[in-house]
Design a protein around this ligand. Structure first.
Ligand code: NOJ
Length: 669
């Protein structure tokens, strides 16, 4: 019965459309015909609706804007013109979860004009893909709309039912460093995207945005009494959301409409809706693993500031370089190497120097020493949120790094507000981050950005934006008062924050003791730490523990082996919040890697190896929990065993509570 009602309302939406406009195209189908977007004017107000086959994905949902000191741009409109086009192309990523990206869509542009008043123009461009949709607003150049200030975006996502999803309160957390909770959409606070929602029958819907350029980040909140999500844009401190001048475009609003987790993770809608690569020569972009003078600060054995515990000394850095060189690790991050850390650096971010090294850190000697060993330093640029100070120095700093052969910076913005005033995800923040990415690109510098605005696929255009934080990462396992990241956290991330792009989570804990905060620790087994290198994607991956904790640990071999750049990604199995099995094919060989992780519950899993190439023989090296392993009582035991496998293999695997398994599958024939 429910199905029939749904079908009826679907046809109602479509016939409403054709009735409202006989000549102009207002319905758009995806290339395979399954996803449909329909545009409709109701009393002159603009609505869109989305369906996949017989399922309503979104009921008619509002479009439009409110503006400061100007009438809202919300109709009554009339359709002046519509235009359809299509694209079917494949482009190559310099790095990623897969090499070739298929960009196949049909497009419909609806050109609207106000029927009365200033007769202002607004276009809405829809793209229908087989796995979802994207749409954005265009504000064409026009006499009656030049400079304007957006006070609200009226875009809605009218879900047909109060589905459950995974989210955290956007304004009650900082830098998106929060734990995702499952609740119905109607119970959600104002949340950030990506928002992943569970549709009936184990299907998914993810709402996010693509190409966030000179605009404010998208957040969502539920309308009272209905499962409709409304748009909230992160404001400037004066309440304005976006300063704009025509011609102007909004970011794309995106929906991934996936039948399963593998489709969800392999959707490339967000990347496809970003501009093609603006960096001509990408040969200097190098996905890498790194170690760093970092965990010691978070565990309070080292300090960033000068003094007896100063971590960034020449001697200490040389030891990290030696370790990296001996273990096929390309990068060494050093935090606390530059002036600005002494005293309250969060309050005094404008005192940071990005070129002046502390006297016990001989930067020239260190780059020489590192180069001799085939290792590169990664410069840390903590700004304390003082973006003006950083922008003033970024050219000279990046020029210095380039001259020294440093090709990666880790940026950071620890402060509630940027420049004591503006939010990280506001248009102010978005402008700053872009400026740094573009400046870095000019000096051939790769960026690992912490405390970012939520990623939206800009790495397609600027692939020097390698990875970002914007996630509650491993540092919480050093000092968080709530005890650290609970075991389920990483089983949720690939399907929520992970859909926004690479995450610099920084796993690699091998020592689970925590003398300073004994109630806090990494809540996994060692085998799960290894598996995370496959499950959580980033082209820069850290082995975050102190090198001495890796010495004589056979399990460290997996961290040495695991690649950071992939030809292909498959979600073999999983349930958000419970467990995940991810398989990835190495970009530079025929080898595959598998990571399987579980939440706080132990689990017996069956891994079907049918992702392997039929007819080929492989040797699997498995790093797994033993029956003794348990994140709480005994995280250390790892069993390493070898097995012949092929595409017909089904492997039984035991995962301990908070445990996991990591597998290297090497082709032999
Ligand atoms: C927060 C970053 O996430 C962390 O990695 C860094 O060590 C500190 N800020 C200091 O910059």
């Amino acid at each position: 019965m429910k199905q029939i009602i749904k079908l009826l309302s679907l046809s109602l939406i479509i016939c409403l459309l054709s009735a409202c406009n006989k000549t102009k195209e207002t319905v758009l189908s995806s290339p395979n015909g399954k996803v449909k977007i329909s545009f409709n004017l109701k009393n002159g107000k603009a609505y869109y609706a989305v369906a996949k086959e017989s399922e309503i994905i979104l009921n008619p949902s509002r479009l439009g804007f409110t503006l400061n000191e100007k009438p809202a741009l919300e109709g009554p409109f009339e359709i002046k013109n519509t235009a359809k086009s299509s694209l079917d192309e494949t482009w190559q990523q310099p790095w990623g979860e897969e090499v070739s990206v298929h960009n196949h869509y049909n497009e419909l542009k609806i050109e609207l004009q106000e029927k009365t008043g200033k007769k202002r123009l607004l276009n809405i461009v829809f793209r229908a893909f087989d796995d979802g949709i994207g749409f954005r607003y265009e504000f064409p150049e026009q006499e009656n709309l030049k400079k304007f200030e957006i006070t609200g975006e009226l875009t809605e996502f009218a879900l047909p039912d109060n589905y459950p999803g995974w989210s955290f309160p956007m304004y009650k957390s900082e830098y998106y460093e929060a734990l995702y909770k499952k609740s119905t959409v109607g119970e959600m606070d104002t949340i950030s995207t990506p928002l992943t929602i569970e549709r009936p029958n184990g299907k998914y819907l993810t709402i996010h945005e693509a190409n966030l350029t000179d605009y404010a980040a998208l957040n969502l909140y539920p309308a009272t009494g209905s499962p409709t999500l409304k748009t909230d844009l992160t404001p400037w401190s004066n309440g304005i959301k976006v300063y704009a001048e025509t011609p102007f475009v909004s970011p794309w609003r995106t929906l991934i409409i996936a039948d399963n987790l593998n489709e969800l993770v392999n959707s490339r809608i967000m990347l496809n809706l970003n501009e093609p690569c603006k960096i001509e020569d990408t040969s200097w972009l190098r996905p890498a693993k790194y170690v760093g003078i970092w965990w010691g600060m978070h565990k309070e054995t080292y300090s960033w500031a000068q003094g007896p515990k100063h971590g960034a000394t020449t001697k200490n850095t040389k030891a990290y370089i030696d370790f990296a060189a001996a273990h096929h690790i390309q990068g060494v991050l050093v935090e606390g190497w530059n002036y600005g850390w002494d005293g309250d650096w969060v309050a005094n971010g404008d005192q940071f120097s990005f070129t002046g090294n502390y006297p016990d850190y001989d930067i020239n000697e260190l780059v020489r020493y590192a180069a001799g060993k085939g290792v590169e330093l990664i410069a840390h640029n903590e700004t304390g949120g003082a973006t003006v100070n950083y922008e003033n120095q970024s050219d000279s700093a990046f020029a210095l790094y380039k001259r020294l052969g440093i090709h990666t910076v880790k940026t950071g913005y620890v402060n509630r507000f940027l420049d004591k005033k503006e939010r990280h995800s506001s248009q102010y923040g978005v402008r700053h981050y872009r400026k740094i990415i573009e400046t870095a690109a000019r000096y051939q510098i790769m960026v690992d950005n912490h405390e970012p605005v939520m990623p939206t696929g800009l790495q397609r255009t600027y692939p020097n934006l390698m990875t970002q934080e914007g996630v509650r990462g491993q540092e919480y396992d050093a000092w968080s008062r709530d005890g650290g990241n609970p075991p389920e956290h990483t089983t949720i991330l690939p399907f929520t924050r992970g859909l926004a792009g690479p995450m610099d989570f920084t796993f690699g804990t091998f020592d689970f003791t925590n003398p300073v905060h004994p109630q806090t620790r990494t809540q996994t087994t060692i085998a799960k730490q290894l598996a995370l290198y496959v499950v959580i994607y980033s082209p820069l991956q850290m082995a975050s523990d102190l090198p001495e904790n890796y010495v004589n640990k056979p399990a460290f071999e997996f961290i040495e082996l695991v690649p950071v750049d992939w030809a292909k990604t498959v979600i073999v199995d999983g349930k958000i919040g419970d467990y995940v099995i991810t398989a990835r094919k190495d970009k530079h060989s025929e080898d595959w890697y598998v990571g399987a992780i579980t939440d706080e519950n132990s689990r017996n899993l069956k891994i079907n190896f049918d992702f392997l190439e039929k007819g080929k023989k492989y040797k699997a090296k498995i790093f797994k929990d033993t029956s003794e392993s348990d994140w709480k009582t005994n995280p250390y035991p790892v069993l390493i065993e070898e097995k012949d496998v092929d595409a017909d293999t089904i492997l039984d695997l035991y995962l301990a509570p908070g445990g996991g398994a990591a597998i290297r599958i090497k082709v032999i024939l």
